[in-house]
Design a protein around this ligand. Structure first.
Ligand code: AMP
Length: 545
């Protein structure tokens, strides 16, 4: 396999700009795709962000451009404005010595600058399908001289509903063009698209193992669903995080988790599809500049997010699809750097974890969360190392004068230092170490209909004999013969007594009655409710079991 950009037959100007980027060797997708694209072959590249796919198509396109051509010669379609900007940035960087004229076009921007630039002459247009169509319809973008088309992140474009736009655009480009399609996944719609619009395409698949995954240190922690936030804050205490991306399943989850983390002294911001494009871009820009260290995102919102320096990826929820797991963790360990991927999984997510491991063909390390003592020690180590840093720097002139003043008043220097440390660690009070309850393995005999992949159901067990510490067992007059399910009980108790569902412990549905564990401190509140709660039209009676 070629191991050097010099051997890829690229123009020396391109080799020069690539080496200035610090790229030593081509990445596997580049070694495979560049020679194919240079010869004009159609290519299907199954590769994710982080594999080096952008350079894999940008370099051959730049290499084959005709200088000073009046019309657009290459078109790259991307699902999002962010990706369009990133890809355009890559083209400009690689093409800086060849004076390639690059333009990104996307919605939400005024037309005038894009139109003016197109009129002055552009070699490569990178854009989102909607805006590209608008420009074609306005007769501004002329596709008649296009020789190469790239569909980047084709699966994302399809899942965003761009299929019609893509087909309309492809129909307007001369048939003798070269077409390259890149996609992280290859569902049947993508195959169909490739069959219709690509000719004699060579498929290049970058095996999962070749993706950065190898370089990523992966571990996972088994915690109760309700303890995930506590677990995360404990990990934040001990991990050396320079920049972290936390994945959660829902949009609302992003905001909630970002708020909870911020309240606990770990400032975080949300990135989700509810935000306007501008707000998303501002957040991303601040994350990129490291003004925000922690970003909580959904898979959709993190699409196209291309940042090399993410030290940690956290999976607050495990994704259903193992490929998404690989996609998520591939955000760290980029560009030759090592990365850390940490997953929290509740008992009900165990199956997902083993599916992920099967997909990766490797085991993910089961780790234990840091104990309270470890966290306290770690805080003290950090405090001392900060003090030592200032001692070494020796730039505490005014503070020394203040200490001298206290000494002159007769205080002992050791006492003064201790008092100063006490003040310095006062903010720790804002960060109490959250307690974690032990995960009780659910009993095996769980009825199928009671155990869909829903966190609430992980509480359910038909044996009902293990009780967690601090929990009191209540008995409820309805059971299996009344057709009730754990969710009914959670809904009735949580809804009626206004307590979070997550506080409700194990639920056991017996034949004629059910048992439910509640935290001691909530029992009175629940039992004292005067209103008659009903489940499936049947009145509920609760009492201590
Ligand atoms: P991509 O998959 O195109 O988003 O690229 C992922 C990252 O890898 C980008 O930040 C590129 O700058 C970087 N990259 C691309 N090619 C190479 C290479 N040959 N050596 C090192 N880094 C690279």
């Amino acid at each position: 396999m070629t191991t050097d950009f010099d051997l890829l037959n690229l123009h020396p100007q391109l080799v020069q700009s690539v080496s200035e980027q610090g790229y030593l060797d081509p990445m596997p997708i580049q070694s495979a795709v560049i020679p194919l694209m240079l010869t004009g072959r159609d290519v299907i590249g199954q590769a994710q962000t982080g594999t080096g796919k952008t350079a894999a198509f940008a370099l051959p396109i730049l290499n084959n451009l005709n200088a000073g051509h009046a019309k657009v010669q290459a078109l790259v379609l991307t699902p999002t404005r962010e990706l369009a900007l990133q890809v355009a940035g890559a083209f400009s960087t690689y093409g800086k010595y060849s004076q390639a004229r690059i333009l990104a076009v996307y919605g939400g921007q005024p037309y005038a600058p894009q139109i003016n630039q197109l009129r002055r002459g552009v070699d490569v247009v990178i854009g989102t399908p909607g805006r590209v169509i608008d420009l074609i319809e306005k007769d501004i973008l002329d596709l008649s001289q296009i020789r190469v088309v790239v569909l980047d992140e084709a699966d994302e474009m399809l899942s965003m509903g761009f299929i019609q736009e893509i087909e309309t655009i492809l129909a307007k480009i001369p048939a003798e063009r070269q077409t390259a399609l890149f996609s992280a996944t290859m569902p049947s719609e993508i195959r169909r698209l490739a069959e219709r619009y690509l000719h004699d395409a060579q498929q290049v698949t970058i095996r999962r193992e070749q993706v950065a995954v190898e370089a990523i240190q992966q571990s996972c922690y088994l915690v109760k669903e309700a303890d995930k936030l506590a677990a995360l804050t404990r990990l934040f205490e001990v991990e050396e995080i320079t920049s972290a991306l936390i994945f959660v399943r829902t949009r609302t989850g992003t905001g909630e988790l970002a708020n909870e983390l911020t309240l606990r002294g770990f400032p975080a911001e949300a990135l989700n599809g509810d935000m306007s494009q501008d707000a998303r871009e501002r957040t991303l820009a601040r994350f990129r500049k490291n003004q925000i260290k922690v970003l909580v995102a959904t898979d959709v919102a993190a699409r196209g997010l291309d940042i090399d320096d993410i030290s940690h990826v956290f999976n607050f929820d495990l994704p259903d699809d193992p490929e998404i797991y690989v996609h998520r963790i591939g955000r760290t360990g980029r560009a030759g750097k090592s990365g850390i991927a940490i997953s929290l999984y509740a008992p009900f997510e165990k199956r997902r974890l083993s599916q992920i491991e099967g997909f990766l063909r490797r085991k993910i390390e089961r780790a234990s969360l840091p104990s309270e003592e470890e966290i306290r020690n770690r805080r003290e180590e950090q405090l001392l190392s900060q003090v030592k840093m200032w001692l070494q720097r020796g730039r505490c002139r005014r503070e020394k004068e203040l200490a001298a003043q206290l000494c002159a008043e007769g205080f002992d220097p050791l006492e003064i230092a201790a008092a100063a440390l006490k003040i310095a660690r006062a903010e720790e009070k804002q960060r109490p170490i959250a307690a974690l309850s032990e995960v009780v393995e659910s009993a095996p005999a769980v009825r199928r209909e009671d155990s869909p992949p829903n966190p609430r159901n992980s509480r359910h067990s038909s044996s009902g004999d293990v009780r967690e510490q601090g929990m009191v067992r209540l008995s409820l007059n309805l059971g299996r013969q009344h057709g009730i399910r754990p969710n009914d009980i959670v809904g009735a108790i949580a809804g009626d007594a206004h307590i979070p569902g997550s506080r409700i412990g194990k639920i056991s549905i017996l034949e004629k009655r059910s048992l439910v564990d509640l935290p001691e401190e909530l029992v009175t509140q629940v039992l004292s409710r005067k209103t008659r709660v009903r489940i499936r039209q049947q009145p509920v009676e609760l009492q201590l079991a």
